[in-house]
Design a protein around this ligand. Structure first.
Ligand code: NAD
Length: 416
């Protein structure tokens, strides 16, 4: 006889065993079935929720190599050139990870990029210092990069003479940290953003990639070491990896900003004194500084001021993308990225006055240490090998585009 609980309706008594078979009470059975159905439903619901959630779903797209998608790590991508490069890469359907310690860059630039490319798996920002090998190694172990575009650096000539050690560290040892991580994680393509300043005061103009490198200050010295010893360093670090593809791009003064007005140049106010000529021109036009200071009027040039090759940032990032496309395993390519035309500082100041519509005061001062008289590139190698040439060569127009952004962003990316 089986005992049923009182709360249950009375049922005919049955034997609990029939001919050796276990008897299962149907009431108990349906309760159990309900529990199983409920539990199964719950599990299914959890699986659906987990699958739908981008955080818990399949591994992050940044951690996987995907056929047809090139994942580029852009170091210094919160900075002026790096943010423009990231924008261009994203527009060209690359997957982009930006690593920056925000020491110079702007979170506002990252926000602009994230708003433009909000889709999952397009852009991620990682706050980290390249001087921290553990952090860098972790980034490489958690992400599947196909290439690195290296822009992160401290890059102000005036400041470099005041704090040479900081510059030396930032530029040389941080780059080695990146290289070691690349070697350890089989990332074989490096696009290295360098400078033409390493050529110093060349004897013959225009500068070709073969012009001897004679640095005039610590920034130039640290930069020079890279291209010169590059192949050696790489062969040490990548001795087991003959597939390394390296492109080194050297350029001078970068000007302009995104023609669609989404990004601009927003250096830290404390760097104003060490600033670059375009930022100084805009500060003067906005009345932030009292006029514009031109250092050096006795150089052996047409009008006594320095002559430079000003490259628009849109052209510059185009050269970086073309270099990325053409990078060949086992080869190191070195290219000067310029317009091939030298413009004097006086000429620049006049273009700046026209672009801003402000007739600013100009103060002419003695030379600044570390400046050289005349530099501009011979661009035939980059045209021949990468099919690249500068398109935004109208100085006044580049400055006008940049000025438009500056006027709308009085406080840099803080707007207002
Ligand atoms: N702007 C120019 O006229 C010019 C000319 C020639 C070469 N370059 C080179 O181009 C590169 C980019 O220059 P930019 O004008 O965009 O400078 P920038 O200061 O606007 O950008 C540099 C970025 O690197 C980041 N950074 C610096 N040190 C870092 C570190 N240790 N770890 C992580 N992030 C770090 C900064 O926060 C910043 O966002 C530099 O290597 C510079 O030497 C610039």
């Amino acid at each position: 006889m089986l005992n049923f609980s009182r709360s249950r309706p009375q049922r005919p008594n049955r034997p609990n065993s029939l001919g050796g078979m276990d008897f299962v009470d149907p009431v108990k059975k349906s309760g159990l079935a309900r529990k199983i159905i409920f539990a199964t439903g719950l599990v299914a619901l959890c699986i659906i929720i987990i699958k739908a959630s981008p955080t818990f779903s399949s591994p992050s797209p940044f951690s996987l190599h995907e056929t047809g998608t090139t994942h580029v790590l852009v170091t210094g991508g919160a900075g002026y050139i790096g943010s423009h490069a990231a924008l261009r890469l994203l527009k060209d359907s690359y997957r982009v990870t930006i690593v920056d310690n925000l020491s110079r860059g702007n979170l506002g630039a990252i926000k602009v990029l994230q708003d433009l490319f909000p889709e999952h798996g397009r852009l991620q920002f990682i706050y980290a210092d390249l001087g921290d090998p553990k952090a860098v190694n972790k980034i490489f172990s958690e992400n599947a990069f196909d290439a690195v575009m290296h822009f992160a650096a401290v890059a102000y000539v005036g400041e470099s003479t005041l704090d040479p050690l900081k510059y030396y560290h930032n530029i040389t040892s941080n780059t080695l940290v990146v290289l070691e991580a690349m070697a350890a994680h089989n990332v074989n393509t490096l696009i290295y953003s360098s400078t033409c300043a390493t050529y110093g005061e060349p004897e013959k103009m225009p500068i070709t990639e073969e012009t001897p490198q004679v640095p005039l200050d610590i920034t130039q010295l640290t930069r020079m070491e890279k291209p010169r010893r590059w192949q050696k360093i790489l062969s040490w670090i990548f001795h087991k990896n003959s597939d390394m593809a390296v492109m080194i791009l050297r350029y001078f003064n970068v000007i302009g900003s995104d023609p669609d007005g989404r990004l601009g140049e927003a250096p830290r106010p404390e760097l104003r004194e060490h600033g670059r000529i375009s930022a100084a021109c805009f500060d003067a036009a906005r009345g932030i500084t009292k006029g514009l200071k031109v250092r050096g009027t006795d150089y052996k040039t047409v009008d006594g001021t320095c002559i430079r090759d000003y490259i628009d940032v849109t052209d510059l990032v185009d050269a970086h993308v073309k270099a990325l496309r053409k990078a060949q395993p086992g080869e190191v390519g070195i290219y000067n990225v310029g317009t091939g035309q030298g413009r004097s500082v006086r000429e620049f100041v006049e273009a700046c006055k026209k672009a801003t519509g402000v007739s600013m005061d100009v103060e002419y001062l003695p030379r600044r240490p570390g400046d050289y008289a005349e530099v501009y590139s011979n661009t035939s190698k980059i045209l021949r090998e990468l099919n690249w040439s500068a398109k935004y060569t109208d100085l006044e127009n580049s400055l006008r585009v940049a000025w438009k952004w500056q006027k709308l962003h009085h406080n840099g990316y803080g707007v207002a």
